[in-house]
Design a protein around this ligand. Structure first.
Ligand code: PEP
Ligand code: MN
Length: 325
């Protein structure tokens, strides 16, 4: 942003104000202008600057996604318990029903479950496709839950999406603009995972592809980044939580399971995400992790899920009081 000011006296107070907001800027033209070098100025601050009596005009220096200026917020609130859960991949109708029955009993309102999986290895279990989406829909309906699953490029993306309340774009497909447009055209809210190494620009522009094509809203989901020396599968970038909340009106969920890749690490990361203000965590669980067809090592068993739900229930009122949620 390039701000033309009424007088040179205004530059320093405005610059200090921006410093307190964590935003870099520098005076130009002997203080008659201020160049805001950080492109990520939250919309409310952007408006306050434009309305400031010492600001004559505002020029945008980079094109920002519409989403970073005003964002439609989808109605996907996980309820009192900020927890969305289910298996990495659905293995049978019984598997879906057993998991939904257990999770509904914990107070979980959103069920996840993989249908077509984006597995790293072509030899790994690929998911049961549309049939799995039927199991997921049936299980969610039986227990009064809503459901989310990933859709992948392929002929049955639409058929799977039709059965879902929230359509997930996986980390590997965040960078596929034509696919984003195809899914946006379905007119359903989308859970947009962040690519392993996606910059804020790439993530927000990916959301913009969805919105431009017709998606009524996007829920962002941080799921871990590939860094130089991660201790576990990925490095969970929790700065994404305040970033998305400052820059957009969209919810942000966090997936601690794929970040951790290992069950004992999932609950601590989930608690940290909720403490940071995430609207929900999306966690993989399985009635018998050792027999899971995919991501067995990171699946929580039912006792571990029960403990996590209790932790999040305790944490949520504290965070709400502190204004994080
Ligand atoms: C998933 O949630 O099932 C999944 C594969 O996640 P990601 O795209 O983040 O790897
Ligand atoms: Mn998984």
């Amino acid at each position: 942003m390039f701000l033309t000011l009424t007088s040179a006296d205004a530059a320093e107070p405005l610059r200090s104000w921006l410093v307190r907001e964590g935003i870099a800027s520098r005076p130009l033209q002997g203080g008659r202008a201020l160049l805001v070098t950080d492109p990520w100025v939250p919309p409310d601050l952007r408006r306050a600057l434009a309305d400031h009596p010492a600001v004559v005009s505002v020029e945008e220096t980079v094109e920002l996604p519409r989403l970073a200026l005003t964002a439609p917020a989808p109605a996907v609130h996980p309820g009192a318990l900020p927890l969305v859960a289910g298996p990495c991949a659905l293995e049978s109708l019984d598997h879906a029903l057993e998991t939904a029955d257990f999770l509904a009993g914990l107070g979980v309102r959103w069920l996840r479950g993989g249908t077509n999986k984006t597995r790293t290895s072509p030899r790994a279990f690929q998911g049961a496709g549309v049939e799995a989406a039927d199991w997921l829909r049936l299980a969610a309906d039986r227990y009064g839950m809503r459901c989310v699953s990933e859709v992948t490029e392929g002929p049955d993306a639409e058929a799977i999406a039709e059965r879902l309340d929230l359509v997930q774009i996986g980390a590997r497909n965040m960078h596929a603009p034509r696919f984003l447009q195809r899914i946006g055209r379905l007119g359903k809210p989308v859970l947009l995972k962040r690519g392993f190494a996606a910059t804020p620009e790439e993530w927000l522009w990916a959301a913009e592809y969805l919105l431009d094509a017709g998606a009524p809203g996007v829920v962002f989901c941080e799921r871990g980044m590939r860094t130089a020396a991660p201790l576990k599968r990925f490095t969970l970038d929790l700065a994404a939580v305040p970033f998305i909340q400052r820059m957009t009106a969209s919810p942000i969920w966090v997936d601690p399971s794929h970040a951790a890749g290992s069950a004992p690490y999932v609950a601590p990361l989930a608690r940290a995400a909720v403490a940071a203000g995430a609207q929900a965590v999306i966690v993989e669980c399985h009635p018998d992790p050792a027999r899971a067809c995919s991501d067995a090592l990171q699946a929580l068993d039912f006792p571990a899920m029960t403990a996590l739900a209790a932790d999040l229930r305790r944490l949520t009122p504290v965070c709400e009081k502190a204004g994080a949620l």
